[in-house]
Design a protein around this ligand. Structure first.
Ligand code: NAD
Length: 456
């Protein structure tokens, strides 16, 4: 399998993809190794994750360089992802032991009856992952899964394979046995071979289309399945904001990582009274984003990771134009080698346009004028997705009223495109099933076992 640099198309790696037979053999190794891993005291498993954290910090420059080379993420943003990962690991290191401790829920001395809950690992889990934040979305799964005593078959995206191999090597060097964390290398074909193994759970991050297939496969076998899928995340900008500051914050939420974030701002609704002023400030901001080589420290917008996305963005812009949308900046691919698209802002957008309905996952955003809170809420909820949604206003009560009515796993007041390890990360509808992060996202890699204990 050839690995390409999305900035210029150069081949930067050549790795062997796993055949079905190899995937089967990897599964068998993981199955055999899991019980001994689960029997270790949790402190020992936590120590491997603490060592992994140290290794990540020591290797940061190399890891950031690889991420930038294979995904095209601007180098500063690659480093940000790695520093952010340390915070997530700290959360798991601090909270796992307490969260996974067994609980006595009844101690009836008179009747000599005790009721207890223990949190048992699922067993062998498959983690099929995405490329856009490979450290974040991967570690949300494999770190708590390992801490809880599972063996993990980890399939990085074919667009983040070298990063996946780095992760495996660092975990092994940190003391996780090679048969307990097993990288499975390849594209969707390898992913479906992995799904054919009798694993105990599937934890998937990726698109809605692939997620449906994964869910169908897991459903037939009645194993635990979690899906972290796409979004069409809205922001509503109310009439009482500091327009420049809101425009800068929302533009960052839409264009950071070239818009290739599951929780990137994907559509914007602006109150009529400030619409024109907001659009001017927003377009100024977007025009100021440095576009360039992802290895350059100054770059904010780099190439798209996947070449195929250029066609999606072209179609969305063409469809919006046809239906009355006005492109104020950008709108075209950037000529040359590699996968480039101009940062693009479309106004007069509305929900007839695919730009406002389907995930763009790129540097393209639509802005729609709204008359007030009710219209904004109706439009925000007019989607099969439900990952995040946000509102910008000075008024706290108003914000909370609006956010209470919005269907989304995560809601934001005066912020966006933000993930916290302390809060559950989940999506409604086409955005997924289940959750990661928070203490719920530790227990999700276990099944509760009920103990009825009567001493005689
Ligand atoms: P994708 O669905 O193309 O691929 C995801 C993974 O599935 C890859 O590892 C791929 O090789 C594998 N795969 C493909 N076909 C398969 C099959 N038939 N069986 C098993 N595995 C298969 O998605 P992507 O392009 O890697 O990621 C982008 C998507 O992920 C976007 O929609 C984005 O919003 C979403 N995402 C969501 C979250 C979240 O937390 N909700 C986080 C990051 C990305």
């Amino acid at each position: 399998m050839k690995i390409h640099n999305p900035a210029n198309g150069n081949v930067i790696g050549d790795v062997e993809a796993d055949t079905s037979a190899k995937v089967r053999a990897k599964y068998a190794r993981a199955r055999a190794a899991q019980p001994a891993w689960a029997e270790l005291p949790i402190k020992k498993r936590l120590a491997t994750i603490a060592a992994f954290r140290e290794r990540l910090a020591a290797m940061q420059d190399t890891l950031a360089g690889t991420l930038t080379a294979e995904v095209g993420k601007p180098i500063r943003q690659s480093r940000n992802e790695l520093s952010g990962l340390a915070g997530r690991l700290d959360f798991f290191l601090a909270e796992s032991q307490r969260t996974l401790r067994s609980e006595t829920v009844l101690a009836d001395v008179d009747n000599k009856l005790e009721e207890r809950i223990t949190h048992e690992p699922l067993g062998v889990v498959a983690n099929i992952s995405a490329w856009n934040y490979p450290y974040f979305v991967g570690s949300n799964v494999f770190v708590p899964a390992l801490i809880a005593g599972n063996a993990v078959l980890y399939k990085p995206s074919e667009y983040a394979t070298l990063t996946g191999l780095h992760i495996a090597q660092m975990l092994h060097e940190s003391g996780v046995p090679e048969d307990v964390f097993v990288p499975v290398i390849g594209d969707g074909t390898t992913g479906s071979a992995l799904l054919r193994q009798p694993v105990d759970g599937v934890f998937f991050t990726g698109s809605y289309e692939t997620g449906r297939r994964v869910a169908a496969s897991a459903g037939r076998r009645m194993i635990k399945v979690q899906l972290e899928l796409g979004g069409k995340d809205p922001i509503y900008v109310c009439d009482d904001v500091d327009v420049k500051a809101a425009a800068a914050a929302v533009a960052d939420g839409a264009f950071y990582n070239n818009g290739q974030s599951c929780c990137a701002v994907e559509r914007i609704y602006v109150a009529d009274a400030i619409h024109d002023e907001f659009v001017d400030a927003f377009v100024d901001e977007v025009r100021g984003f440095p576009v360039g080589e992802p290895t350059d420290e100054a770059t904010y917008i780099g190439p798209l990771t996947r070449r195929a996305q250029i066609a999606v963005l072209k179609r969305q812009v063409a469809d919006a134009r046809k239906l009355g949308g006005k492109v104020l900046t950008g709108g075209e691919p950037i000529d040359g080698r590699g996968n480039w698209f101009q940062p693009t802002v479309v106004v007069n957008a509305d929900h007839r346009m695919s730009l406002m309905r389907d995930e763009s996952f790129g540097p393209v955003i639509g802005i729609q004028r709204v008359s007030g809170d009710d219209e904004a809420v109706a439009l925000m909820n007019d989607t099969p997705f439900g990952l995040t949604a946000g509102v910008y206003t000075r008024a706290e009560k108003r914000a909370k009223r609006i956010l209470a009515r919005v269907h989304a796993g995560t809601v934001y007041w005066n912020c966006c495109d933000r993930v916290s390890p302390r809060l559950p990360w989940s999506g409604l509808g086409h955005s997924g099933l289940g959750l990661t992060l928070s203490t719920y996202g530790i227990r999700t890699f276990t099944r509760p076992k009920a103990w009825h204990l009567r001493s005689i």
